[in-house]
Design a protein around this ligand. Structure first.
Ligand SMILES: Cc1ncc(COP(=O)(O)O)c(C=O)c1O
Length: 503
């Protein structure tokens, strides 16, 4: 570039100012750096003198000199004795910024691992949360959404404040998690879920998703066959796809997963993932006979059973059925649970209970995954449990959710007599099966575009041989106040009517 055009790049500083508080030397520095990165200033181009720039841009010479110093320090420019300041001559400065912005992650441009390539094949919308990956602001009937407005904020704030006064919160936390929280979880799980473990077996995670991902990454190898339920949480499928495992979905009936240890699939697979207490999303409970058959198979074949106990705290009539882990005498069950549903989704805390033989391996790996979780958050949760706040909250939510479920089921039955409610004694959502004349995904699409937040059952169905896809609607009741339900159901009725007319 000749010197005249280099000069042309500099116009009064006011034109570049987007933030009036930004120091002037910084604005000039960024302006020159940007011109270099985009190729408007080339190597060996001479920068205008500080006197010229100060006059031209209406800033002090000191500001210009400070900008030049910074450019020289970072290697973008160099000062040549007696000749002035030049764009650095040593490095070939390609027009960097433009290229980076345009580079989409495609195999031809960016080198990525096999895992990453497999991850790219996953559809984002269905890969993790029951709601897909989209952030949701509305929550009318959103499944898995707790009653946030009924959360005991005062008690939680008090526990959080106390955690911040605890010196331990400020140190790096152990890879397995904060001792206080692990202790509380092991006691709580024994009483409420019949999980038998000592504190050493408990690992704190950022939720069930992380617990499942860690377990699957450490226990399943590429091309290995893994058994799952025919409908289920897509976050698991995402992890298995990234590992390159083969997924085989097994049918379920009113007694839960149809498991037969003599079946060829069970003989070839060495991992089973399931939601035995309340299958997701249909809510069946695995029968004792099948529980024992699964544990026998796991012990005999030295296989792993991963128990995803995602929302069993909410059982409305009688006692919740104990966890499979509590029956496991052969140390084959890895148990996972979460506070996302019992506390609030943003808490991102969960846990896993490991057979003793796996503790060291999992602990070692966890250090590489996240380096330990937040001290204040874990200690606050531990204190909240220790002081009884958690159990009180659970008791209140059980009562509230029971009322909300009854209300929603009643309204739905009145408005949609041809839908079939899937019986369930707890949880946070109801499932209504549809007959063949309805398309659940089309209904959800339209409903969610109109202020509802419901899910289609067919979206959770895994490929299974000779099994027709079941159509149904999943409506969360836990986070939806009773008084808002009639308007929501009414809206759904209108939407379904309008769609039926178009068929
Ligand atoms: C059945 C099931 N398991 C696990 C998870 C993951 O839970 P978390 O939010 O604790 O990661 C979910 C999330 O919705 C789920 O539905």
């Amino acid at each position: 570039m000749n010197n005249q055009s280099a000069h042309d790049l500099f116009i009064p500083l006011d034109t570049h100012l987007t933030n009036k508080n930004q120091p002037k030397y910084e604005v000039l520095y960024e302006h020159i750096k940007e011109a270099i990165c985009h190729g408007r200033l080339k190597r060996n181009d001479k920068l205008p003198s500080s006197r010229y720039l100060s006059q031209q841009m209406g800033i002090s010479r000191n500001s210009v000199i400070a900008a030049f110093d910074l450019l020289i320090e970072e290697g973008f420019a160099e000062s040549r004795q007696g000749a002035g300041t030049f764009v650095a001559g040593i490095i070939e400065l390609k027009p960097l910024l433009g290229e980076v912005k345009q580079n989409h992650l495609s195999n031809s441009v960016v080198r990525i691992s096999e895992v990453a390539q497999r991850i790219q094949t996953i559809d984002d919308q269905s890969s993790t949360k029951p709601g897909g990956l989209q952030e949701t602001t509305q929550s009318l009937f959103l499944p898995a959404q707790p009653a946030i407005s009924d959360f005991p904020l005062k008690e939680w704030h008090a526990a959080t404040a106390r955690s911040l006064r605890d010196q331990n919160a400020y140190s790096e936390q152990p890879a397995m998690g904060a001792q206080l929280l692990r202790q509380q979880i092991s006691e709580h799980l024994l009483i409420t879920r019949g999980v038998k473990c000592c504190v050493d077996q408990v690992m704190i995670t950022t939720g069930s998703q992380q617990a499942l991902a860690i377990a699957l990454n450490l226990l399943v190898t590429q091309n290995e066959t893994v058994m799952l339920e025919e409908t289920g949480y897509p976050g698991i499928d995402g992890v298995l796809t990234s590992i390159g495992a083969k997924q085989i979905a097994l049918p379920t009936d009113e007694y839960g997963l149809c498991f037969d240890a003599d079946n060829a699939i069970a003989q070839q697979a060495h991992t089973l993932i399931l939601t035995p207490s309340r299958s997701f999303p249909l809510g069946q409970t695995l029968s004792l006979k099948r529980r024992l058959a699964i544990l026998d198979w796991a012990y005999e074949t030295q296989s792993w059973v991963i128990e995803d106990d995602y929302d069993s705290e909410f059982v409305f009539n009688g006692h919740s059925i104990s966890a499979l882990q509590g029956l496991d005498t052969g140390s084959r069950v890895i148990y996972t649970g979460t506070f996302s549903r019992t506390m609030f989704p943003g808490i991102r805390l969960g846990y896993m209970v490991l057979p003793e033989a796996l503790i060291d391996l999992f602990k070692k790996y966890k250090r590489f995954v996240d380096g330990g979780l937040s001290g204040p958050q874990q200690i606050a949760m531990g204190l909240f449990m220790k002081e009884g706040g958690y159990n009180r909250h659970l008791r209140r939510m059980r009562k509230l959710y029971k009322i909300r479920k009854a209300s929603l089921d009643h309204l739905m039955q009145q408005s949609f007599p041809d839908f079939t409610l899937v019986p369930s004694s707890g949880g946070m959502h109801s499932v209504y099966l549809l007959n063949a004349s309805y398309c659940d995904q089309r209904i959800c699409e339209k409903a969610n575009a109109n202020g509802l937040d419901i899910r289609a059952l067919s979206a959770y169905q895994r490929d299974i041989l000779h099994r027709p896809v079941r159509s149904g609607l999943i409506l969360g009741y836990a986070g939806t106040p009773v008084e808002k339900m009639p308007a929501g159901v009414n809206k759904l009725q209108k939407i379904i009517k309008s769609l039926s007319k178009n068929i």
